[in-house]
Design a protein around this ligand. Structure first.
Ligand SMILES: NC(=O)c1ccc[n+]([C@@H]2O[C@H](COP(=O)([O-])OP(=O)(O)OC[C@H]3O[C@@H](n4cnc5c(N)ncnc54)[C@H](OP(=O)(O)O)[C@@H]3O)[C@@H](O)[C@H]2O)c1
Length: 363
């Protein structure tokens, strides 16, 4: 039986709560505990590695027996393994929760399987509620966990006619100040920022994340890929994080090494050569295309060969955001659909609690 509108609203709230948690190696997860009448009893979210998971955080706000017969609404399937915190599925069972509603399956080999464990203990479980919204929030973590490599965002700025630079190679700036500020804000959420030697030699970029003239507190590690030497005086060498240089074109190798170093969210800001290479290799998960109402003409197209021989083989992306930034437009689009990959078979839930409006502002 389908979930109730109250549960869907609780899931929206759980997604809001999730965003209070830090972006880190662990996913951002939120939880809401509903009474059998549909009132919010408690809320929780995950505050980072080693701390209580969202549903345990929410349960901890209730007195002994306070969750008896309740519904737990969680953005990610309750985990099934004893890591640093103990299995959440077990905590929910012990608390007497009668029903669990969640958005996304946990893709982890050891942490997944919480839903089965709950069902085996007679808990009614429904998966997939607001799955797309949850996937948008933790898509990078899902992709990284599923594929065992960093999540890759490829970003470029282009003219209306699809050029990434003018005929002489100059490209600063195609877009306006709002678009560039947006790039910096998004950069600050990445673990690494990757360019090819071509961009270093042409633009001498700083590869820092800035808010006006100030550096963001969170800085991605700058990464330069390619055989050509980065000059001793290159600005990237004075980045607050130690730059990484890879004298290779082997992108799988680079990603594996970044993964091993704990750099799981990678932002590719190279020129057309590197951007095309990531896309052609099937290693791009998300695209950020900033399109400016500027015409440049000439040969310096934003992407070169990406392995599409004819229109029927075009890479068709799923647009998740279009953002007007002054006169420019940002397209955020997924090449790989994290929600689509979150489709484990689920038995249909048997019952759900009555559709009563949740209490406003409950703890
Ligand atoms: N509009 C934008 O968003 C934007 C962004 C950045 C740059 N740009 C413009 O783009 C131009 C530079 O373009 P670009 O294409 O030369 O820059 P790039 O893509 O950053 O660098 C290309 C270089 O990367 C290296 N590389 C590393 N892995 C590779 C692989 N798997 N396949 C191929 N090459 C690989 C190669 O260098 P080696 O030969 O040294 O091995 C290659 O020549 C400049 O005009 C710059 O202003 C525009």
């Amino acid at each position: 039986m389908a979930h109730s509108p109250v549960e869907e609203r609780a899931m929206s709230r759980a997604l809001e709560l999730a965003q209070r948690g830090p972006r880190s190696r662990n996913p951002q997860v939120g939880a809401v505990i509903l009474s059998p009448e549909g009132e919010i009893l408690a809320e929780g979210w995950h505050r980072g590695a080693g701390t209580a998971h969202a549903e345990v955080d929410a349960l901890s706000r209730l007195p002994e027996g306070g969750a008896q017969g309740a519904t737990a609404v969680v953005t990610l399937e309750p985990c099934n393994h004893t890591g640093r915190t103990g299995p959440c599925a077990e905590a929910l069972i012990r608390a007497g929760v009668a029903r669990v509603v969640y958005a996304l399956d946990d893709p982890g080999e050891v942490s997944g399987g919480g839903a089965e464990r709950l069902r085996a203990h007679g808990v009614d479980v429904e998966a997939g509620v607001l799955r797309d919204e949850a996937a948008d929030l933790i898509g990078p973590w899902l992709t990284a966990t599923r594929l065992g490599r960093p999540h890759v965002t490829v970003k470029w700025a282009q003219s209306l006619d699809g050029r990434a630079a003018a005929a002489d190679g100059s490209s600063q700036w195609i877009t306006g100040p709002q678009a560039r500020a947006d790039v910096h804000a998004r950069r600050s959420q990445a673990d690494a920022i990757v360019v090819g030697t071509g961009t270093v030699l042409a633009d001498d970029p700083a590869l820092t994340a800035r808010d006006g003239d100030a550096l963001h507190p969170e800085q991605p590690v700058p990464v330069v890929i390619g055989a050509r030497e980065t000059p001793a005086e290159a600005t990237v060498r004075s980045h607050p994080r130690e730059p990484l240089f890879y004298d290779t074109h082997d992108l799988d190798f680079v990603l594996a090494d970044l993964w091993d170093q704990g750099l799981h969210r990678v932002f590719v800001e190279g020129g057309p050569t590197l951007a095309s290479a990531f896309i052609a290799a099937g290693l791009a998960d998300r695209v950020l295309a900033y399109v400016a109402p500027v015409i440049l003409g000439g040969p310096r197209v934003a992407l070169a060969d990406v392995g599409v021989p004819s229109i029927d083989r075009a890479l068709r992306l799923r647009v998740t955001e279009t953002v007007a930034l002054g006169d420019d437009i940002l397209y955020v689009a997924e090449l790989r659909d994290s929600a689509e990959h979150n489709t484990r078979e689920h038995p249909v839930a048997e019952q759900h609690p009555p559709a009563t409006a949740p209490t406003e502002g409950a703890a």
